[in-house]
Design a protein around this ligand. Structure first.
Ligand SMILES: Cc1cc2nc3c(=O)[nH]c(=O)nc-3n(C[C@H](O)[C@H](O)[C@H](O)COP(=O)(O)OP(=O)(O)OC[C@H]3O[C@@H](n4cnc5c(N)ncnc54)[C@H](O)[C@@H]3O)c2cc1C
Length: 430
């Protein structure tokens, strides 16, 4: 039956679930499609590995590790909960102002600064040490409900078992309460186009071909959009991408470690506009440390036995657009010279802060680059216009893939704001 739905949304991360929620609130018939399942009991190693795309083993052709999730709620399930509003320098040049939508999202996503007991003693010491050195560190907002969060837990990135961290499931659940239909374990491969208009999607569920029809299609499957668009005739998709490369820098000192400190609750954006870097305390969990050492630098495996002693700070960079996502989902994503210059600047500052809190120079560990935000592969101004519509009428993208360049920042708040903005447009368009 044609036109069964008003909106078909592919991918239930922050982009997709926001569109599903907003459109269902507007009484539109919404179908939300997700290739992953719905793991209920989260917050442990097994659930976090099961939620990861390819069990977390995704690497670029250059061997760079890039992490994302394939589950209901997308990668927000594994996020640290750090909330940074949409940066004007990224969207302003494209005539996009997300400030109103970001403000609307703030309460809905439980965004607030956590009280000191939830920030963690180690984080507060790092903040003080950095400021003593003349840097400008502060508390950072999080999408975490302080009433439900517990001190010294720090398991946000395994999925929050307390329900304290906002995830896109909150919006997906709300959409379902408003009548939206959720189809899990369903992977979309292409968009069905008739007379230049998107009229549906085709894919597989439990090994069987499926088709769904609707008045508009929103692709919110992040890097997953690229093969779908290529199979639909939009070959430009996936020509270069960003992934906000990061490095964890850890040091060992007496009386301090960040093992139990809630991640990314303090830090600084003072070098963001000038040098494209964000600095914030967070380090590998024991499981990702083991995986990192095994995958990236097996010779350093003995370092694993110190995992509980590290005080860790992350440098995240605005990486250069580079590489390509291919139709077979293999991808290339090199670390460029400019990326390395940015890393070096961040690592130098972090080393000073770690030494200030008593970490010994010879204990300092610098990880290989990793990507946690595969993005900017279906960019505004290239694959989609400023309304997020592709060259095919009624076919939109709405997720981190539309970023015009690397954000180099936590992306969830921005992605939700984009979802709200697109929903306003869709409401007038369909
Ligand atoms: C460890 C970690 C910590 C992070 N911490 C933070 C943080 O503190 N703050 C922050 O803002 N950001 C954080 N991020 C980043 C953030 O979670 C993601 O970048 C964000 O969720 C991206 O949103 P998205 O909608 O673009 O894609 P995703 O959240 O990845 O959602 C895409 C969804 O589409 C589905 N999908 C893919 N292909 C298909 C297909 N063909 N058919 C159907 N469904 C499909 C996927 O299964 C997935 O559920 C973190 C990321 C990681 C890995």
């Amino acid at each position: 039956m044609k036109d069964e739905y008003d909106v078909i949304v592919v991918g239930s991360g922050p982009g997709g679930s926001t569109v599903a929620k907003e459109m269902s609130l507007l009484k539109k018939k919404v179908l939300l499609i997700e290739k992953g399942g719905d793991i209920k009991k989260v917050g442990n190693l097994v659930s976090s590995v099961l939620m990861l795309n390819r069990f977390g083993l995704t690497r670029s052709l250059e061997n760079n590790w890039v992490v994302s999730a394939a589950t209901y709620g997308g990668t927000t399930n594994l996020a640290a909960g750090c909330a940074i509003p949409p940066p004007e320098i990224i969207f302003g040049p494209h005539g996009i102002d997300l400030s109103k939508e970001a403000e609307e999202a703030k309460d809905e996503m439980w965004i607030t600064k956590l009280p000191d007991d939830l920030l963690g003693k180690a984080n507060l010491r790092l903040l003080e040490a950095a400021n003593d050195l003349g840097y400008n560190w502060d508390k950072i907002e999080n999408f975490i409900d302080p009433e439900k969060c517990v001190p010294d837990c720090s398991k946000c990135m395994m999925g929050c078992s307390k329900g304290a961290k906002w995830t896109a499931r909150v919006f997906g659940d709300e959409a379902q309460k408003n009548g939206a239909v959720l189809k899990l374990h369903t992977t979309i491969n292409r968009v069905i186009v008739e007379n230049g208009r998107a009229v549906g999607v085709e894919g597989k569920a439990w090994g069987k071909k499926v088709q769904f029809f609707g008045k508009s299609v929103v692709l919110s499957s992040a890097s997953g959009n690229v093969p779908i668009l290529k199979n639909t005739g939009i070959d430009r998709a996936g020509k270069s991408l960003a992934c906000d490369f990061l490095k964890f820098v850890g040091g060992i000192g007496k009386g301090i470690n960040t093992t139990k400190a809630n991640p990314m609750t303090v830090g600084t954006l003072e070098h963001y506009e000038s040098d494209g870097i964000l600095l914030t305390p967070v380090f590998h969990s024991w499981s990702t440390f083991a995986m990192h050492l095994l995958l990236m630098s097996p010779k350093r495996l003995p370092k694993f036995f110190n995992v509980w002693k590290y005080t860790g700070i992350m440098v995240k960079i605005r990486d250069e657009l580079a590489g390509e996502i291919h139709s077979n989902s293999k991808f290339s994503k090199p670390v460029t010279k400019k990326d390395n210059d940015r890393f070096n600047k961040g690592v130098d500052i972090i080393k000073k802060v770690l030494k200030k809190v008593g970490c010994k120079e010879d204990s300092i560990f610098v990880s290989e680059p990793m990507g946690a935000h595969p993005s900017a592969s279906c960019r505004i101004g290239d694959v989609v216009d400023s309304n997020l519509e592709t060259e095919i009428e009624n076919l939109y993208c709405c997720d981190s893939s539309v970023f015009p360049e690397a954000m180099g920042l936590p992306v969830v708040w921005t992605t939700v704001a984009l979802g709200k903005r697109l929903s306003k447009h869709l409401n007038s368009a369909i």
